[in-house]
Design a binder for this molecule. Structure first.
Ligand SMILES: [Zn+2]
Length: 395
């Protein structure tokens, strides 16, 4: 069988009639159907019995890829990707049956496409199909993905959500992957972080924040705007976790609805037009109605690091004033957890815009109890020095 970017133009000429029948069936099924099962392979009833078969594909995507196998199973299902036009896409997987994890990949893929089309970013999947092929890589192509088998469900889910998200970034947008890796890898990373726990709620996926924190601000840690063609030591953090973290901070600051609306505006305005980073920054500024240049400048154009610290605490009757400083130049949100004498906890949040015009802020905590501990930071809060994140007040 041959799978490829684009639509097969001559299925009746190349597919065995039993596979052709199942293919038609899959196009009306919202559950995965085996188009090629082990019996088809054994009985040689996959393609028509000719010495040569020519598969013809038609596509309008910016790139083309194909896969060939004489022993892979093929599973496919159909799903609506646009609730207005009711347009559908065929979600298909081709894999070696010895790779047991791949029996679930069709479900992971369909769930990812559903979230992408209707929730985040909330833009209809652009193509007529998507085929995930069991290969030896972790690589995205238009309408196709080449993914290695995985040994854990965690890896299977996070790998699938990441590579599927690439269908929008870069392919729908046609951004330059080589030069501006953050413009697709950053989104694929946040897509992976957001969608994987929807598929399996036990997943906490953060790319190892401890290691990221220890890399941030090193002398080799260049600004994110550095062309990814430079292959610097910071290529990984600049392409994947750093941009994803900045998108998360903006998401929290704008709130769910405005962030998604702004992102949709960028996608719809710039799709197929090869936006540069500057187009992205200006488009987001325009669509959210805020000038975020202070944020883009600090995170994308400057060297430096994020570091928040608790620098003071004052008690007056039933009120504490906790002073927090942004010691680093990269703005991160404040997530302050206070523990009280009775063991209860309360969390105080200041979104990232708190640092737009200042580097010191106060958090007022009204309580009749004593505070026994203060701690800064959440899973995704980048911070190079955690020593100043905890304060145990002296009584
Ligand atoms: Zn990627």
């Amino acid at each position: 069988m041959v799978w490829a970017t684009g639509d097969l133009q001559n299925p009746a000429e190349v597919l065995h009639e039993s596979v052709l029948k199942k293919w038609t069936l899959a196009q009306q099924s919202n559950k995965p159907v085996f188009l090629i099962d082990s019996a088809d392979i054994q009985n040689k009833t996959v393609t028509v019995n000719k010495k040569f078969n020519t598969f013809q594909f038609k596509c309008t995507t910016p790139d083309f890829v194909f896969a060939v196998s004489n022993h892979y199973l093929w599973q496919a299902r159909d799903m609506v990707v646009d609730s207005v036009t009711m347009r559908k896409a065929l979600i298909s997987t081709a894999f070696n049956p010895i790779h047991k994890d791949f029996f679930e990949v069709n479900d992971f893929t369909a769930k990812t496409i559903e979230v992408m089309s209707f929730d985040f970013p909330g833009v209809a999947y652009p193509y007529s199909h998507l085929t995930v092929v069991d290969g030896r890589d972790q690589m995205e192509y238009p309408m196709m993905i080449n993914d290695n088998p995985t040994t854990t469900r965690f890896d299977g889910i996070t790998l699938t959500t990441h590579e599927v998200f690439h269908q929008i970034f870069p392919f729908m947008m046609a951004t330059n992957q080589t030069k501006y890796a953050f413009m697709d890898e950053g989104w694929a990373t946040i897509g992976e972080w957001y969608i994987s726990p929807i598929i399996d709620s036990t997943i906490v996926d953060d790319y190892g924040m401890d290691r990221i924190n220890s890399d941030l601000g090193k002398d080799w840690d260049t600004p994110m705007i550095t062309n990814s063609t430079e292959l610097t030591k910071s290529l990984f953090i600049n392409s994947y976790p750093k941009p994803a973290l900045t998108f998360l901070y903006l998401w929290e600051m704008m709130g769910d609805s405005l962030f998604k609306k702004s992102l949709q505006h960028y996608i719809i305005t710039w799709m197929d037009k090869s936006p540069t980073p500057w187009d992205f920054f200006f488009s987001m500024n325009q669509s959210c109605g805020m000038n975020l240049n202070w944020f883009w400048k600090a995170w994308y154009f400057e060297q430096g690091y994020p570091d928040l610290g608790i620098i003071g605490i004052n008690r007056l009757n039933y009120s504490y004033t906790v002073t927090i400083k942004s010691i680093g130049n990269k703005p991160v949100p404040v997530h302050l957890t206070a523990t009280f004498a009775d063991g209860t906890k309360r969390k105080f949040t200041r979104t990232v815009d708190i640092w737009k015009n200042r580097n010191i802020t106060d958090v007022i905590i009204d309580t009749q109890q004593s505070i026994t501990k203060l701690e800064l930071g959440d899973v995704y809060d980048a911070d190079v020095d955690k020593n100043n994140n905890v304060l145990v007040p002296k009584e």
